[in-house]
Design a protein around this ligand. Sequence first.
Ligand code: F0G
Length: 466
Amino acid sequence: MAYQICINPDCGCCYDIDQVLHSCNVCGELLDVGYEWDSLSVPDSLSHFGCYRFSSSGGVRCFSGVWRYYDLLPFLPLDKLVSVGEGRTILQNAIHISSFVGINSGRFFLQYEGLNPSGSFKDNGMAAAFTHGAFVGARQAACASTGNTSASLAIYAAVTRLMEAVVFVGSGKIAYGKLSQALDYGAKTIQIQGDFDDALMRVRQVAKEVGIYLVNSVNPFRLEGQKTIMFRVLDDLGWRVPDWIVVPGGNLGNAAAFGKAFIELSKLGLIDKVPRIAIINASGANTLHQLYGDGENGDRETGNLRWNGGRYDKIMVKNFYDKMTLESRKANTIASAIEINRPANLSKALRTLEFCNGVVREVTDQEILDAKAVIGAGGFGCEPASAASVAGARKLVAEGVIDKEQLTVCILTGHQLKDPNVTVAYHGTDQKFFDDTLGKFNITSAQFANKPITTTNDQNEILKLL
Ligand code: F0G
């Protein structure tokens, strides 16, 4: 009923569900999880899912905001599903942030994935990957991470004890909130010299050589879990499809999963409209933006890469990466979660962009931190990478690509407490602290800073300040 299938239409090789693969053995492309929908019981209408109200005693479909939509990701039987209570997240009507973005009040929403057990959207995917890993009998699970995947993996290992967690992180490339989670939850934490791109390459080799189960987003089962972020957005909108989904782009797992969700919902006749998608890179880690460009035909040196029905220009991608290697170019952004130059899900993201009539933009670290401060002041704190979505939406409104009346949803991928150093540096009054921490990322101002006021411990002095 479920299988794995190569996304290259000229290959289309299929594999059994119990095989552990990260790419097609024949052509090397990424794999999807495929379903024989005709033989499965799929509800006639999405409103069916309303019957799974959240509760701790109603079974896994009521406990988990991922498995609530089990009928749309039924790759294993119900009794095999793993959950730590992920996906109980909400769509927030962000009225105090909409004016900053330029969208009319009531038309701008934030999907607050920081409310997951490990504080980021990764738990959606980890529930699915853990379910599959445990099913195939793996004893150890590994990932490379900019911090959130590792925090998530560590929680699933600690709570379920089904697999032991091994995480690979780049040295000095991980926010302390996230590193502290991996350590606290007992994951074997291996800090290697290099960045995320180096760590991912290494962990893929190690996993293959010694048979550790890899939970990075090249694992097609993980992305099945991440489809449910879109199901929850639709659910919270009363099953209306928004005009725009705006998401930060790092390794492009979300971009890949969201597109697959909409391809399947359309195919099953469960939606009659497809939202447009905007993928937002940080300008210091902008491979997708470089390759895809800004407009219909691309307007950059290389920016014209399109999915093209699966026959995208692989030579363009290879030349781009070769040049990057030659120039020793490394990703560099304050948004450490998306500090990635070689996005593993590039091809799937291109597919999403084609299906969802998407656009790609990049935003500077300054734009990211200003947006982050405004999001925080609106009461929905997030980490820098998440704020790229709001900064990107603002840019697209200014360009006239997003209309101010269009229903727009930005994904807040990670919680505010993941990276407190950046937040304190932005709001701080201490110029040296600001310069030392943010200066190296070319942040020159903090126009939305809420500066702490220092004073003597004197009642009259304090009263004067209130
Ligand atoms: N936002 C946050 C908070 C993230 O942690 C990540 C990815 C992204 C956005 C980008 O998502 O890869 O689906 O495009 N973090 C990974 C990690 C790479 O290791 O935690 P993507």
